[in-house]
Design a protein around this ligand. Structure first.
Ligand SMILES: [Fe+2]
Length: 502
């Protein structure tokens, strides 16, 4: 594919763009198209403009330099070790599909708030194995129900609000309602974020703090019974091709790419993850921060089949397969040899010839289906998370393959506020600093489709509505300088980025 074709594809992803198309892709691997500074405003729109799975885009052939990238990765490794590891992995995935299909919701751990805060080794192991969990009893049920009532009132009072789909709005371009400000700063929610961040091993350093989470302002969803339009297919956020192309990002997966996927620890390398370039092609749906866990807080009683989250609940296996998949190609097609022989290790060889990175087009999320990633057996191995009640939370690791149930067959709203767990890093603090400008002006945060947002709405929350315990995490006041020396240094750095003098 030519550079012009790539640029055209990128433009197609920005259908509502009113500004110039993004710059052409960088000529060399490892060079980002954008720096973290110089954030440019996003065009107006809704969530439908940012997901390839909602846009029906076809796969495109990547330019030749992606073959060079693949060759470089393969040549860096011991080829025999890589091939042997693929065999072990695909065998494991076949067993995993059986296990997950048998376990269904039990494949995703349900952990009570107190058991996370005082987690024992068994609980930690369960969470680390799955890479996803339902966390119960975080916010009192009555409080979460009150948030939903207030949110519905806010939406009713402001019928001009944007949302997806436009004729039956369910994912709202709402970032600054008072209940969202309260939910993001809820002390038990912030404690849960700290506990989840602490699962990422590592010595505290001056650049990453896991004990001072920052707050990311995101949308909210109130899905209606019967809806089948807000259906996101299996995907992984945090970029697509960047996982291979950016050398820092790639280093997170060094064990996998060296043929040692069993040694891969999804909860290490926090520094590299935090410094990785997740957005080299100015993706319309890209996230400007590093979220160690994505998550949402439920405002409703929602079980499987009721429009909830689906995940592949084995983080090591699915990440290993995602990273190894482009390095291998099939010898014979499924149509030629049938399902089992198609998946068998002997039907797959190292691919140093094609430019294919299945499901990983530049400027899009990494996506998965039975053609691009057949060994995952997604139709069996993606499971809906266990039932949640108002005040419970769903959490999934940055690399978890996730989807949204295609149809909501329940009777009530399936309502969530998206609130992730964000470590304190310089890049994240810069984003939070810029995000605060959005709060003050009642316009969308930098990552989201731009425009007038909630400006002129009735009842929008403002700076004064952010509760005391959550103000520093929003960049509205400096962090107290206490804790270990490394923690103090990280906080001092964030305070300086926020613009607070020493
Ligand atoms: Fe996602």
């Amino acid at each position: 594919m030519t550079t012009a074709t790539l640029a055209r594809l990128a433009r197609r992803g920005l259908q509502t763009a009113t500004h110039a198309p993004p710059p052409p892709p960088p000529p060399m691997m490892g060079m980002g198209a954008m720096s973290s500074m110089g954030r440019k405003p996003r065009p107006e729109g809704d969530i439908g403009s940012v997901f390839a799975s909602l846009s029906g885009e076809e796969a495109a052939v990547l330019p030749a330099r992606f073959r060079d990238l693949k060759r470089a990765i393969i040549n860096d490794a011991d080829k025999a070790a890589l091939t042997a590891s693929w065999g072990r992995l695909t065998t494991r995935l076949a067993r995993a599909a059986d296990e997950i299909e048998g376990a269904q919701q039990a494949a995703v751990p349900t952990v009570a708030y107190d058991d996370l805060i005082h987690a024992d080794a068994g609980t930690i192991a369960k969470i680390k194995r799955a890479g996803a969990l339902v966390l119960t009893d975080v916010v009192p049920r009555a409080e979460a129900e009150q948030w939903l009532a207030e949110t519905e009132d806010y939406i009713k009072a402001n019928p001009q609000v944007k949302g997806f789909p436009a004729d039956d709005k369910q994912v709202f371009e709402v970032y600054w309602s008072k209940p969202q400000l309260a939910a993001r700063a809820h002390p038990r929610s912030m404690a849960a974020q700290r506990a989840l961040l602490s699962l990422f091993a590592g010595t505290p350093t001056a650049s990453v703090s896991l004990s001072s989470p920052l707050t990311y302002a995101d949308r909210l969803r109130i899905r209606h019974p019967g809806d089948s339009r807000f259906a996101l297919g299996p995907h992984m956020d945090g970029g697509s091709i960047e996982r291979w192309e950016d050398a820092t990002y790639r280093s997170v997966y060094a064990d996998i790419l060296a043929g040692r996927w069993e040694a891969f620890d999804a909860f290490s390398e926090i520094e590299a993850r935090a410094a990785a370039k997740q957005n080299m092609y100015d993706g319309a749906g890209a996230c400007g921060i590093f979220r160690a866990f994505q998550g949402w807080t439920s405002l409703s009683d929602t079980g499987p089949g009721e429009g909830t989250l689906r995940v592949y609940p084995l983080i090591r296996e699915q990440t290993a397969y995602t990273l190894l998949r482009p390095l291998f190609r099939e010898l014979k097609s499924r149509a030629e040899v049938g399902h089992e022989a198609y998946l068998a290790p002997e039907n797959w060889v190292l691919d140093t010839e094609s430019t294919a990175f299945p499901g990983a087009p530049p400027a899009r999320s990494q996506e998965f289906n039975d053609d691009t990633h057949p060994h995952l057996q997604l139709s069996r191995a993606m499971v809906s998370i266990p039932r949640v009640r108002p005040g419970d939370q769903a959490w999934w690791h940055a690399d978890t393959i996730h989807a949204v149930e295609s149809t909501h067959t329940g009777k009530g709203p399936s309502a969530v506020m998206y609130i992730p767990a964000v470590p304190m890093t310089p890049v994240n603090a810069e984003y939070v600093r810029d995000q605060a400008v959005g709060l003050r002006a009642a316009v969308p945060p930098p990552d989201f489709p731009g425009g007038q947002g909630e400006r002129g709405f009735t009842g929008t929350g403002g700076e004064a509505d952010v509760p005391a315990g959550g103000r520093a995490a929003m960049g509205l006041e400096p962090f107290a300088l206490d804790g270990s020396a490394a923690e103090r240094a990280a906080r001092e750095q964030a305070n300086a980025i926020f613009g607070f003098a020493k």
